[in-house]
Design a protein around this ligand. Sequence first.
Ligand code: LMR
Length: 333
Amino acid sequence: MRKLLLAAAVCALAFSPATVSAEDPIIIKFSHVVAPNTPKGKGSERFKQLAEKYTNGKVKVEIYPNSTLYKDKEELEALQLGAVQMLAPSNSKFGPVGVKEFEVFDLPYILPNLEALRKVTEGPIGQRMLKLLDSKGMVGLAYWDNGFKEMSANKPLRMPADYQGLKFRIQSSKVLEAQFRLLGATPQVMAFSEVYQALQTGVVDGQENTPSNMYTQKMHEVQKYTTLTNHGYIGYVVVVNKTFWDGLPADVRGQLEKAMLESTKYANEISAKENAEALEEMKKSGKTEIIIPTAAETAAMRKVMEPLYQDMASRVGKNLIDEVTKTTLGATN
Ligand code: LMR
């Protein structure tokens, strides 16, 4: 009898108006803070296109670029609360939600090139790190590149002494904070969407970012000098709300995984070119003078920043730092 009742209930559900609404598309709100014409902006557009195609329209992806929905810190909170389903915050932004390990990617000069990075993210370390996000209500789906960071200010930055006394905007990472302190500068955490204005009005003197982020936010127009230090890396973890993800029908989740795999490949293929083109545009604009540091200047910067590996070991994890360093050894372009 109970079985019959259950079957009747299932039938009733199957033909009830609720089923009609069950055919409404599943919405994925994908919020991010950069411009659409960046590696992340383009990667998210590709994901939307593929996700909607592979699920036959069962899933609709709404992209909110340029902090139109949430700024850096808020977007992670919004994801945890389920107000948005997907994000791609930079590695540097996971500290405030309690996953400090991703700050290992902020250690200066730890990644000599993209090949070295891939060895980490595509190997056991990268996979293990993604798992750390589970306990924070998110699932880490993929690593997306942006690229290597340059330093900028209204004065030429060549040697460590040039940073002395300047105020720099940083992302919310303790490693980045310590990095600027070692240079004798004052770090200030600030949302990405506020950087242009802060530079323009002199709230901060300088910043570090990739050419793509600098160019698409017009930072180069308010910074007289950009030094190609390539001292650090900005990359992203694509994350989804765990409850949302686990609650998806298995077939839909599989189709989304396929879309994510392909859009990841695409995003990581275009990142270097996007940054090279942005740098060219910055040069052409004539608004910022591009400085290429000498080997001696780079060596001096590396030397000043080296204590970070020790100083940050208790925060990021000594074993993790050692493992990453070992994995990246010998990686060539
Ligand atoms: C920044 O805050 O500088 C970057 O993380 C922005 C981004 O998402 O690339």
